[in-house]
Design a protein around this ligand. Structure first.
Ligand code: UDP
Length: 430
């Protein structure tokens, strides 16, 4: 991908000074940047890279994005790694029993059992080796995103390699973490989304960098009311009742059943409808199964719109669902950063989210939305927001400013440039 975009398109949103700073920093970077991850679409990492890569090229820094390949078995293994690294869930009842009625001892024992299997590690290493042999890795700054490609470090020949961790590894399954740590320790630096996600047992340089959204992408740009209405019409959603929306992959950690429970409780007090719009990332073999479970749970209530994007929803459609909403939910049990929260806040919507991962960085409780730990808590907040539109509007406005100040792509570009300069050594400007 070598598209170019200009950072000056953002001047109306950020003002001049931050953009001049980005130009200054980028003039001091020499060399090529290469991002490597597991999917071109679906999920926050792909979302960020889609905007970040052309903007880096627009700044005059040659930047490419490559995606690893693997078979179903490999992606099942990396999905189990993902779940295992996220570790145990505080109130684990939902995740242990949900969709797995026959599980004898819950998810943790399943994960441990799986992780003990030597073949999983072998499959993982096998595909990392294939990708390392096939891919031309010639970046001076190589950003490896998440665990899937992490073991490719074994073939490193040149450059600064940075492991960009988008998930919470603070309380991981130890078998999986110990296995991966040997590779991750070989990187020149590791980047985490929040201080809470880091590990004390990594020897390399560690950086903190919150993710970001692109306010000019089709996902976040202003839409005309007619464009929003056209999308709702296409999916048969009327506007006669307030809309609560959760946009997320069909993934157990996103707690879609909890969102349905919250909606049902709220509906007893105020009539409303629920949109659950999601997709299945190409590197996630569990998605379809979760979707079917959610369809079943939603059965019989015509005000629940379970929408699966297949092919994936366009960015405009996601944008329209979020803009049509009165309240946005992200009731995750475990979360990386949770980009959808910033997407909702940027659109001036109050967001109710699980108090987990990066969500509390974005939802300042009572200021930009509400943090919740249960379906009952979420229902209580839904009702108060739907009954008090002025409150909802105030939180939404606060949220938009919070995102402007902290979670826009221009800030993330600055963070990456500073990181690269600091790795270049004493000749860098930092
Ligand atoms: N998303 C999307 N279509 C979907 C589901 C999600 O475009 O059907 C987008 C969503 O708008 C957000 C990203 O995927 O930009 C999800 O990022 P987040 O950090 O919230 O969660 P992740 O999927 O990375 O766990």
């Amino acid at each position: 991908m070598t598209d170019k975009r200009s950072i000056w398109d953002y001047e109306d949103i950020t003002g001049r000074q931050p953009l001049e700073y980005l130009e200054l920093l980028s003039e001091n970077i020499t060399g090529k940047v290469q991002h490597i991850n597991a999917t071109y679409s679906g999920g926050g990492v792909a979302e960020i890279l889609t905007s970040l890569v052309p903007l880096f090229n627009g700044l005059g820094i040659e930047t490419v994005w490559d995606v690893i390949r693997g078979n179903d078995e490999f992606f099942s293994v990396t999905k189990s790694f993902h779940n295992a690294l996220h570790g145990s869930v505080g109130d684990a009842t939902d995740i242990r029993t949900y969709g797995q009625p026959d599980a004898p001892d819950g998810l943790e024992s399943q994960i441990n059992e799986l992780n003990m299997k030597k073949e999983m590690f072998e499959t993982y290493l096998h595909w990392n080796e294939i990708n390392a042999n096939e891919m031309n890795i010639d970046g001076d700054f190589v950003f490896m995103h998440d665990p899937q490609p992490a073991a490719m470090i074994r073939t490193k020949e040149k450059g600064n390699w940075i492991w960009r961790c988008h998930i919470d590894v603070s309380n991981p399954d130890t078998h999986v973490w110990n296995f991966l740590r040997d590779f991750i320790s070989g990187y020149d630096a590791a980047v985490f989304s929040t201080p809470l996600f880091t590990r004390p047992d990594l020897g390399n340089k560690r950086f903190l960098m919150a993710p970001s959204i692109d306010p000019l992408s089709d996902k976040n740009v202003e839409l005309l009311q007619s464009e929003i209405d056209a999308v709702l019409d296409r999916y048969g959603i009327t506007r006669d009742k307030p809309i609560i929306t959760q946009v997320s992959r069909f993934d157990r950690l996103k707690d879609l059943p909890g969102t349905i429970d919250a909606y049902k409780l709220a509906k007893k007090q105020i009539d409303c409808q629920l949109i659950l719009a999601g997709g299945v990332a190409s590197d996630d073999p569990e998605g379809l199964e979760v979707y079917q479970e959610i369809m079943k749970k939603a059965e019989g209530d015509e005000d629940i719109h379970v929408l699966i994007g297949s092919p994936p929803f366009s960015e405009i459609e996601i944008n329209a669902f979020q803009r049509a909403s009165d309240v946005i939910m992200q009731k995750s049990l475990k979360e990386g950063f949770g980009l959808v929260v910033s997407e909702g806040l940027w659109k001036g919507k109050p967001v109710i989210g699980g108090a987990t991962g990066g969500i509390p960085l974005q939802i300042l409780d009572g200021v930009t939305g509400y943090l919740v730990n249960s379906a009952e808590g979420a229902a209580h907040r839904i009702v108060s927001l739907l009954k008090n539109p002025e409150l909802a509007q105030r939180l939404g406005e606060n949220g938009r400013e919070h995102v402007r100040n902290n979670f826009l792509i221009t800030r993330q570009i600055k963070d990456y440039l500073l990181l690269m300069l600091s790795l270049e050594g004493p000749s860098g400007v930092v």
